[in-house]
Ligand binder design. Structure first.
Ligand code: ATP
Ligand code: ZN
Length: 289
């Protein structure tokens, strides 16, 4: 049996660079010169298939690839039973309803009986039918925004980022209905049936998790009057204990700890208020729990 893990990634588009960066930051060495469609890494048993994003769920389902990185929108639209192994939290976007300016939109119920142009008919119809609304999807694979002007749809459901393209086509966004980020998907049975591949995948995931965990954390070092140590531990919180090193001056200690980026500024201010000095903040490249 071939013991190379095959991963499908987007050849060129919004997902490509970040997908490949994640793998590269896991210490995996590959060329990616943009011309090859298939490539093996030099120092890890993984092979890349560079494909269109729409095809990634199908390749994984059919076993052409073992895993893939794709927008949740494409995965949900295909509706295959695959494993969503990790939410990679990049390529965030939303699917929204957009209508022409003279459309009297009062909520999703205003879509009853309408023709809605979209590239995501399955996602759209499942959201509408869950609310008991019936509408007719007009399926197009691109340039969804022009369908209203040309008279084949009453409104649209499309990925929106800034809204500029909508405006240029006389439409306005009225309601976001679905949110997506890039996810890593895997065929359900390969994890249980192909032991050696599953082990390679586990190694890859462990590296990816170390990266993701480090991403929103800062390593903080500072000097503190020794008598304020308990207060500092309380401020930092949420962890086993800070590392404390004595200094030459017996009244002072050096403290090291990891702090979530979201709490960083409030922790910083509180530490200052109890006399912390020489605060040094470092990015963390990789970490484990
Ligand atoms: P391909 O040639 O591979 O089919 P594409 O044109 O279908 O590429 P991209 O535009 O590269 O695809 O988008 C890929 C994915 O990026 C989308 O499916 C979606 O998950 C995500 N995404 C994030 N922001 C946006 C956005 N503003 N517009 C479109 N997709 C976005
Ligand atoms: Zn596509």
């Amino acid at each position: 049996m071939d013991n190379t893990l095959r991963i499908a990634v987007q050849k060129s588009g919004r997902l490509s660079e970040k997908s490949l960066n994640i793998i590269r930051d896991c210490g995996i060495d590959f060329g990616c010169d943009g011309r090859v469609l298939r490539e093996r890494a030099a120092n890890f048993p993984i092979e890349f298939l560079y494909v269109r994003d729409d095809d990634i769920p199908t390749y994984v389902k059919d076993g052409v690839a073992d895993i893939g990185i794709v927008g949740r929108n494409e995965y949900d639209e295909k509706g295959y039973q695959l494993e969503v192994v990790r939410d990679l939290k990049f390529a965030a976007c939303r699917l929204s309803i957009a209508v022409p300016h003279d459309f009297d939109y009062k909520g999703l119920e205003s879509l009853e009986g309408k023709r809605i142009a979209t590239s995501y008919p399955n996602i759209l119809m499942s959201i509408l039918s869950a609310k008991g609304i019936s509408a007719t999807p007009v399926v197009v694979s691109g340039s969804v925004e022009i369908t209203v002007q040309v008279g084949i749809a009453d409104c649209i459901c499309d990925i929106v980022s800034t809204g500029t393209t909508l405006k240029m086509n006389g439409l306005k966004e009225v309601e976001p209905i679905y949110w997506s980020t890039a996810v890593m998907i895997a065929r359900q049975n390969f994890l249980s049936d192909e032991k050696e591949k599953a082990e390679i995948f586990a190694r890859l995931l462990e590296r990816m998790d170390a990266l993701m965990l480090a991403k929103n954390k800062k390593y903080v070092l500072f000097n503190l009057p020794a008598e304020r140590l308990n207060e500092a531990a309380e401020i930092i919180g949420g962890m086993k204990s800070p590392t404390v090193t004595p200094l030459m001056d017996k009244d002072w200690v050096s403290v090291q700890s990891v702090v979530g980026e979201d709490r960083f500024w409030s922790v910083f201010e509180k530490l200052r208020s109890i006399g912390a000095e020489g605060i040094l903040v470092l990015n963390i490249e990789k970490m484990t729990e």
